[in-house]
Design a protein around this ligand. Structure first.
Ligand code: NPG
Length: 356
């Protein structure tokens, strides 16, 4: 994987959990968005593995003839763990849709066949290298550039990118690296006509984001702070954000992600589709979601080659107009190549329904 640095960690290897659910009629895939360490949120791969094995899968089996749309209540006895829950729910939904011959995009209510893509640019070693990377992505066709920022280099880097590219859609993502006392930094960033400032403050905060939003012109977007449709409603009503980043894994799966989308739509707030360095299964899932009507801004649904030289599924290739096609085949519309999957697999555990 191409290395990617945020204010909380650097990732250079992709290690993720894939769930394959078999229903008797079809199989379905879910890709977990957690990483090997709990930096972005409290979930991490080994924890997800244990939660699925010890709690979620047994509950799903015990519930009998369940559908994906029942799983949120079946799983409610486990607090939190949205990424683990999303992995199973998305996989069961994929299996249901494959059996029914329906695409995930259609099931969710997609209104477009292609989605506009943005790209997230990690914290670079220097301003020169950042400018070079941004230039490369713009040449590929990406329609929005998001810069990861951290205290110290933020204003200087954003100024350089804005001066070199006066007309592009440009946003910044802080991944909770700042405090309310840093308001002067955000006032300085107001000068660069940013589309948004994403998650400037603490990953669980709403209140201080509302105070910050009153002090600056640029729209605040929340990511980490939004873990459900209820959080989205609270954040918007409180004035903590004017834009929401929807990541299906962060909110417990695509069904809750659609509810986040709907709440924001009802309250007049645009959403966009975030990314968590997903491989093809997760990326295809995100594309279906990003085709819903209130996804009004280009998301982090970048092409496979942004991060990976080779994927388990066929690569998603950016068109020169900066769009990717929404998969239209049944379910998520992609399937891992069995040989590549086998050679990349480090660990397998089969969980069986009692008596199966
Ligand atoms: O394009 O998949 C992508 C990554 C986009 O910047 C991105 N993701 O904070 O939104 C984020 C960040 C992230 C990366 C989050 C890794 C969690 C893990």
């Amino acid at each position: 994987m191409r290395p990617f640095r945020t204010s909380f960690a650097e990732t250079s290897e992709k290690v993720c959990i894939l769930a394959r659910v078999e229903t008797g009629e079809a199989h379905g895939w879910g890709e977990c968005v957690a990483d090997v360490e709990p930096h972005y949120s409290e979930e991490w791969n080994d924890g997800v593995w244990a939660v699925i094995r010890d709690f979620l899968a047994p509950a799903m089996f015990a519930a009998g003839d369940v559908e994906a749309s029942d799983l949120a209540s079946v799983f409610a006895f486990v607090r939190g763990h949205p990424m683990a829950k999303a992995t199973l729910e998305n996989a069961l939904l994929d299996a249901e849709l494959r059996a029914a011959g329906r695409s995930l995009a259609e099931r969710l209510g997609a209104v477009r066949e292609r989605v506009e893509c943005g790209v997230s640019v990690g914290i670079a070693p220097s301003t020169e290298s950042l400018l070079e990377q941004v230039g490369g992505y713009l040449a590929e066709g990406y329609r929005r550039i998001k810069l990861k920022i951290e205290p110290g280099t933020d204003v200087e880097r954003v100024r350089a990118v804005r001066e070199a590219n006066p007309d592009i859609l440009l946003s910044v993502d802080a991944n909770a690296a700042y405090r309310l006392a840093d308001v002067e930094t955000f006032r300085a960033l107001d000068a660069f006509d940013l589309l948004m400032i994403e998650q400037p403050l603490h990953h669980e905060d709403l209140w201080e984001h509302a105070l910050l939003q009153k002090e600056i012109r640029t729209d605040v977007c929340l990511d980490e702070s939004i873990r459900s449709a209820a959080d989205a409603r609270a954040a918007i009503e409180l004035g903590a954000c004017r834009i929401v980043n929807v990541k299906q894994g962060r909110v417990g799966g695509v069904l809750e992600a659609k509810r986040v989308h709907d709440v924001a739509d009802e309250l007049g707030v645009p959403v966009w589709c975030g990314g968590m360095l997903e491989m093809g299964i997760g990326r295809a899932t995100n594309l279906a979601l990003a085709a819903l009507p209130n996804f009004r801004l280009p998301g982090d649904t970048s092409a496979t080659n942004r991060y990976f030289a080779e994927d388990l599924t066929e690569p998603l290739v950016l068109a020169s107009d900066g769009t990717l096609p929404v998969p239209s085949e049944p379910g998520i519309g992609v399937e891992p190549d069995p040989r590549r999957l086998e050679s990349a697999t480090r660990r397998v555990e089969r969980l069986l329904e009692d008596g199966a």
